[in-house]
Design a binder for this molecule. Structure first.
Ligand code: NAP
Length: 313
């Protein structure tokens, strides 16, 4: 495997990196300063790139690798990779669908319960001794029976919906196209937000969904509504979200993803109505192992000249 370049290895599952490096793969762990030197020395040798949500293969990198044959993305979301540039060169791109649905959905439920019941905020309150000094923590909102709007009812969105059914929640959704499901469809993100107590974002990232949740959608969600984003930071207008939260125009937000990761705006960190996790929705031993196996299956299939299990282009 000396012809494999691993991008952004810091964001990958370490055993996958070790496995590939043991086979002689090159690493480009930080995706930054050493790029030029790496390309000067190895550009013509590299046939496979392993990318991630954090560091994808952009058009410049694809252009710089004359013998590139495969981009295997570690993750289901491949918005950091220029798929059009890859397709124009006839280079397949693969991802890791299905195997991470459960863990991402689990986290979406955890974030929803946290932001509605203030688990993290009341934990801070208790640790600071404020139970004793200031009295009982303020009452919060009930999760059971809440109206949950899912923006992006795909594999992960469905797994989230199924879990919320267990909480006797009413569920509606918005996609570009209607699905054959038991949930009611709303015609737009704003209409879904208007109806929902909780708006859960589960679309892909990228140009097509950029700022799909904008100031108007947040206004429609309203002062009693909560936003949960496990999709991509780009799907939400982060400035508009900060503005809405600072003015209590929405009740709270639970965020696993941000516009400029790993940067998190201080304004979000300063608010007790915000729950923050550092893009960890698929980050369990079990799921990361399964994702690594899908990456390896695609590389193996490519080498054997077989059909790629999870090609996206
Ligand atoms: P999926 O099965 O392709 O589902 C995506 C859904 O979004 C589809 O139902 C699609 O329906 C809808 N959609 C796409 N564009 C839309 C638009 N412009 N407006 C409204 N709906 C739109 O993908 P998935 O496997 O569930 O993954 C979803 C995303 O979750 C990934 O792409 C990734 O960005 C994110 N993710 C995040 C983490 C994390 O660690 N936080 C982990 C895994 C995945 P239509 O085509 O009908 O519109």
């Amino acid at each position: 495997m000396s012809d494999t370049l691993i991008l952004g290895a810091g964001g990958l599952y370490p055993p996958l990196v070790e496995q590939l490096v043991d086979d002689g793969a090159l690493t480009w762990p930080h995706g930054g300063a050493d790029r030029r030197a790496m390309l000067d020395d190895h550009a013509a040798d590299i046939r496979v790139v392993v990318s991630s949500a954090g560091v994808g293969a952009d058009a410049r990198l694809i252009d710089a690798l004359p013998n590139l044959e495969l981009i295997a993305n570690f993750g289901v979301g491949y918005d950091a990779t220029d798929v059009d540039a890859a397709t124009a060169r006839g280079i397949p791109v693969t991802n890791t669908p299905d195997v991470l649905d459960d863990c991402v959905a689990d986290l979406a439920i955890g974030l929803t319960i946290d932001v509605m019941r203030a688990i993290s905020a009341s934990d801070r309150y208790a640790r600071q001794g404020r139970w004793k000094s200031d009295g009982p923590y303020p009452l919060q909102r009930r999760v059971t029976g809440a109206k949950v709007g899912i923006l992006g009812l795909g594999r992960i969105g469905q797994a989230i919906a199924t879990r919320f059914e267990g909480f006797r929640c009413e569920i509606r959704y918005h996609n570009r196209s209607r699905k054959d499901v038991a949930y009611d469809y709303e015609e737009s993100p704003a209409a879904l937000a208007e109806w929902a107590d909780v708006l859960v974002v589960a679309t892909p990232g990228g140009a097509q969904t950029k700022a799909l949740v904008d100031a108007d959608v947040l206004a429609a969600l309203g002062e009693n509504g909560y936003l949960v984003n496990i999709a991509r930071g780009s799907v939400v207008d982060q400035e508009a979200l900060i503005e809405a939260l600072q003015h209590d125009a929405i009740a709270g937000a639970a965020l696993d993803v941000f516009t400029d990761e790993p940067g998190i705006p201080q304004e979000l960190c300063d608010l007790d109505t915000v729950v923050i996790t550092p893009h960890v929705a698929s980050a369990t031993h079990e799921t990361r192992r399964a994702m690594a196996d899908v990456v390896l299956a695609n590389i193996d299939a490519h080498r054997a000249g077989q059909e790629l299990p999870t090609r996206v282009n």
